[in-house]
Design a protein around this ligand. Structure first.
Ligand SMILES: Cc1cc2nc3c(=O)[nH]c(=O)nc-3n(C[C@H](O)[C@H](O)[C@H](O)COP(=O)(O)OP(=O)(O)OC[C@H]3O[C@@H](n4cnc5c(N)ncnc54)[C@H](O)[C@@H]3O)c2cc1C
Length: 293
């Protein structure tokens, strides 16, 4: 017999404590002009964009959050901040070339000293510092950007929780900050595992291959003591969530993510949901790789 449904009515005012927004509630969302300070090609399809805010302005945010860049036609594009908040010289972004309107601007016409407008910070992808759990960071492609900010912030604040990073890309050139991740490993004990899904013979790759979240499952079949932060291609993020919770004992509420879904059409507001992975799932549950363009 189905259990009887009942409705409860509060007898006094209630305060709802939402874990997802508690950490960001004091951060003011601002709309600010910014100047392109530098554009550096980190990989054939990845541009590092450094933005400078007006001298008197600062953007308060949590490592892992993102901003929206506004285009002249009113559309906006979301990009995660790769620089940690304590580094307030500039905002660093890592942009993949998706071939769309904003990619064409960044990889074609944009130059130093151009003026852009940004709005933010947004998002709930940030390190839950109150937890003592081991931290597993999982990135695909430019999903490395917010993970970089989180790791740099964690190291600067002297975190004592063990950090493990898995970074999945298609080919060797896509691991555009491999040296930095290796330095985190040798100098700070961050365990780093790069994984390529389609290495080319010229890559002479002797490291891990296949799907990045599968590599995690092979190495760490028991994730019950972990907190997971996954960022990048929606298919990777959703596969990790499903498989880690179903097969590796990860408690569902210890999975945090930011899925890089294509940006919203003109006129719509930025999304602030904790994870947008569900919005962009392909029909196949087992994609052959995480190619994003
Ligand atoms: C919260 C959040 C944070 C993000 N952070 C980053 C980041 O740090 N770095 C980064 O490179 N991207 C990031 N993205 C993704 C980025 O905002 C979008 O991909 C954006 O639409 C690209 O703009 P565009 O004008 O170049 O392409 P669009 O004109 O938006 O799209 C051009 C074509 O590419 C396809 N496309 C666009 N984006 C994607 C995608 N992500 N995956 C697969 N196909 C796509 C579109 O469907 C379309 O066919 C983030 C997205 C979100 C939601």
């Amino acid at each position: 017999m189905a259990p009887a449904k009942s409705t409860c009515w509060p007898l006094t005012d209630v305060v709802v404590d939402c874990r997802e927004i508690a950490g960001v509630k004091d951060l003011e969302i601002r709309s600010l002009p910014c100047r392109v300070q530098s554009l550096v090609r980190l990989a054939p399809d990845v541009m590092q964009l450094k933005l400078k805010l007006p001298t008197s302005e600062r953007l308060l945010y949590l490592a892992g959050q993102y901003v929206d860049l506004m285009l002249r036609d009113g559309t906006r594009r979301s990009f995660s901040m790769a620089s940690p908040p304590h580094d307030n010289e500039h905002l660093e972004l890592h942009l993949h070339n998706y071939g769309g309107a904003f990619s064409a601007q960044v990889f074609g016409r944009m130059k130093e000293r151009d003026i852009l407008r940004l709005e933010g910070p947004f998002g709930t992808f940030y390190l839950r510092e109150a937890s003592a759990r081991r931290v597993l960071l999982l990135a695909s492609g430019t999903g490395f950007a917010p993970v970089k900010a989180i790791i740099e912030q964690a190291l600067a604040s002297g975190i004592s929780r063990p950090l493990t990073l898995y970074w999945g890309c298609r080919v060797r050139a896509d691991l555009y900050m491999n040296d930095l991740a290796e330095r985190w490993q040798t100098e700070h004990g961050v365990r780093y595992v790069p994984v390529l899904s389609e290495p080319r013979p010229a890559d002479e790759w002797t490291g891990r291959t296949g799907l990045v979240h599968r590599a995690v499952m092979e190495d760490l079949p028991d994730l019950s003591e972990y907190q997971v932060y996954a960022c990048g291609a929606p298919v990777m993020v959703e596969a990790a969530r499903t498989d880690f919770t179903a097969s590796c004992g990860l408690p569902p509420d210890e999975f945090f993510c930011d899925a890089f879904t294509p940006s919203a059409p003109a006129g719509s507001r930025a999304r602030t949901a904790p994870c947008r992975a569900h919005a962009a799932l392909p029909s196949s549950p087992s994609p052959p790789h995480w190619r994003r363009s």
